[in-house]
Design a protein around this ligand. Structure first.
Ligand SMILES: Nc1nc2c(c(=O)[nH]1)N[C@H]1C(S)=C(S)[C@@H](COP(=O)(O)OP(=O)(O)OC[C@H]3O[C@@H](n4cnc5c(=O)[nH]c(N)nc54)[C@H](O)[C@@H]3O)O[C@H]1N2
Ligand SMILES: Nc1nc2c(c(=O)[nH]1)N[C@H]1C(S)=C(S)[C@@H](COP(=O)(O)OP(=O)(O)OC[C@H]3O[C@@H](n4cnc5c(=O)[nH]c(N)nc54)[C@H](O)[C@@H]3O)O[C@H]1N2
Ligand SMILES: [Mo]
Length: 561
């Protein structure tokens, strides 16, 4: 996030695009509600009727995958009607003319056709966002998990710069980070192209600094991103895989290929806190301690580094991830990984990471949490970024073009499947499906389908159906609801026995290599016999007192496995 969580509560306008905030970031959703209570405006752009829609001033219910057109359409209205912040654009930005020229392709009627949103709603959203200051953009996976996810993110930056909504409190471009410590993992270089603090692998000076600090030679080229590693395994040139804290057999797109890739790997180590679907493929499983069983730091979505303290001893042979990694390094006779404790690891982080330099366990104990950049011991940390100047100097406008998703509906696969989360489970549910309460709230996968589509297909609410894409078939019950629009169905990816990723398209964004989890083409078919045949069957049933659920066939394992 460019800005801080507590600043959202004072925003005069919020544009929430592709974030189901109440379900997936409930604490941040409280700030949104706070801002609305104080009179702040809320614009929601989401193909589904999510809970935020109920408190929104404007809901843009667009077609999945049409976000570039939607945002460029809004920006064309802002420019055409002179609602931009000309001073901010002139003083702080560059490349505006090229960007403005690219807006010519986004006439509002054309945008209305692409997005399915009435032109007057798009114009109203543009005027509302431009007229209220400070205005804050909040986004999440709804706009990033596309083959044009990078363009979507550029569009949010364009929109914020165009209206001068960056570099000040309660404004900004705010991606809501997903996992608990995904911000911290990225900060510390758990990415293929950077060392800690986003220092580039390909930058000779940065690499030389790390070679000196670690007393070794480092590769000149960035590594492979996750999505490409699986191809490399399939092709046989990645032979050994060490996989920590991830369950790709359920969480990556087109899972039958993921299984093939893992099978092909000659040696697979999985380090997890539970035995997972992925660990079943492993040659060696290393038991790790959970967050509550170890010391360390997490960095949250507002760049705040916070201490995590051990509350319990880990069970059995489980140990902290860092200890396991260091031990393996020792067995390989690598020097320099002999840390006494988590604090010693952090001391090295500070030494090699300018943005973390002023953060220490001592200060964290006293101050609670510190937001990077924090370059020195007396620096208070940074609440919002890009004040006065952007990191790169001038903010660069990005000219954009609309590109369709990689797979569109056709006669054979007439529906768009979009995927996401339920409030009750966490990803592949290795943790949440061990909780009886959460299993009561979210007992099984459901495919959301609009009543119009359900009627055409003869599908009743609660009935078993199959969802099929070019990559596989999944059995699941139908949730017939007008919360999803006609032509669009929705599933989560929480349930191993009905995993949406059997269906999803592995096409990736060419820049950031994120898969298109949010759009693929599917068909939905009734799985059960006709209602008349079912009535007959029940009449012959000797025990009439059976519950509806037990009459239904057991879901088969996904056919693509
Ligand atoms: N309960 C719960 N909370 C979680 C998680 C969890 O698994 N469970 N996971 C965490 C993680 S790692 C992450 S990354 C976040 C994700 O948090 P979110 O991004 O909020 O979650 P999603 O449900 O994937 O997608 C958000 C919304 O995008 C919409 N959407 C689908 N297609 C499109 C589109 O083309 N355009 C737009 N604008 N919107 C679209 C969906 O309808 C959905 O409402 O949640 C975090 N919080
Ligand atoms: N269709 C579809 N697929 C998606 C998405 C989507 O929206 N739609 N979203 C994508 C996103 S944003 C994300 S983040 C991914 C998530 O994908 P994954 O990260 O693969 O999913 P998780 O279920 O969170 O798996 C995390 C694993 O870490 C283990 N674990 C927990 N704590 C620890 C620990 O301290 N140490 C170790 N070693 N292990 C631990 C858990 O038991 C679990 O097995 O899914 C992606 N896949
Ligand atoms: Mo995520």
């Amino acid at each position: 996030m460019t800005n801080s969580i507590e600043e959202i509560g004072n925003a005069a306008c919020m544009f929430a695009i592709g974030t189901n905030t109440t379900a997936d970031h409930p604490v941040i959703a409280l700030e949104i509600k706070e801002a609305v209570k104080k009179g702040g405006k809320l614009i929601v752009a989401d193909p589904r009727h999510i809970d935020l829609v109920d408190i929104a001033d404007i809901w843009l219910r667009h077609q999945p995958g049409s976000d570039v057109a939607l945002m460029m359409g809004m920006m064309k209205v802002i420019v055409d009607e002179g609602l931009l912040d000309q001073e901010f654009v002139d003083d702080r930005c560059e490349n505006f003319d090229e960007f403005k020229a690219s807006l010519a392709n986004f006439e509002i009627d054309k945008v209305a056709r692409i997005t399915g949103v009435p032109a007057e709603d798009i114009a109203a959203a543009a005027r509302m966002y431009a007229a209220h200051s400070p205005a804050s953009i909040l986004y999440c996976m709804g706009i990033t998990q596309h083959t044009h996810g990078t363009d979507n993110v550029m569009a949010t930056a364009n929109l914020a710069m165009l209206t001068g909504n960056i570099g000040k409190p309660s404004a900004g471009v705010n991606p809501l980070r997903g996992q608990n410590n995904v911000q911290g993992a990225c900060d510390l270089g758990a990415l293929p192209n950077v060392y800690t603090g986003y220092q580039q692998v390909a930058d000779d000076e940065a690499r030389a600094r790390f070679e000196k600090a670690w007393g070794c030679q480092l590769p000149e080229k960035p590594g492979l991103p996750l999505t490409e590693m699986f191809h490399a395994m399939e092709e046989g040139w990645i032979k050994c895989v060490y996989l920590m804290g991830e369950n790709p057999v359920l969480s990556d797109p087109d899972t039958s290929h993921i299984r093939e890739a893992l099978e092909k790997a000659e040696f697979l180590v999985v380090q997890d806190i539970f035995m997972t679907e992925t660990a079943e493929f492993a040659d060696v499983v290393l038991p790790a301690a959970s967050f509550a069983e170890k010391d360390g730091t997490f960095a949250n979505t507002e760049r705040r580094v916070q201490r995590v303290r051990k509350a319990f001893d880990p069970p059995g042979q489980a140990r902290a991830d860092w200890q396991i990694v260091c031990d393996i390094a020792h067995r390989m006779e690598k020097k320099g990984l002999d840390f006494a404790n988590a604090e010693a690891v952090f001391e090295e982080i500070r030494k090699v990471t300018p943005s973390y330099k002023g953060i220490s366990y001592k200060r964290l104990d006293k101050e609670g949490g510190i937001q990077w950049p924090c370059p020195s011991d007396d620096h208070p940390g940074t609440k919002f970024l890009h004040s006065g100047q952007f990191t790169r100097g001038k903010g660069r406008f990005a000219p954009l073009a609309y590109r369709e998703p990689a797979e569109l509906p056709d006669a054979e696969y007439p529906l768009v499947l979009t995927t996401g989360r339920s409030p009750y489970h966490y990803h592949t549910a290795t943790m949440t499906r061990k909780s009886a309460g959460l299993n009561t709230l979210g007992p099984e996968e459901l495919v959301w389908i609009n009543p119009e589509d359900a009627q055409k297909l003869g599908i009743d609410n609660g009935e078993w159906v199959t969802v099929t894409s070019r990559r596989g078939t999944v059995p699941v019950r139908a949730n017939v609801t007008d919360k999803t629009q006609p032509g669009v169905v929705f599933m989560t990816f929480h349930y191993a026995e009905a995993c949406a990723n059997v269906l999803t398209n592995p096409a990736i964004d060419p820049v950031c290599k994120t898969p298109e989890f949010k759009v693929c083409a599917v068909k939905v078919e009734r799985k059960t016999e006709t209602p008349a045949a079912r009535l007959e069957a029940t009449a012959e049933e000797p025990e009439p007192a059976q519950s509806e659920q037990s009459e239904e066939p057991e879901p088969e394992a996904a056919t693509a496995t």
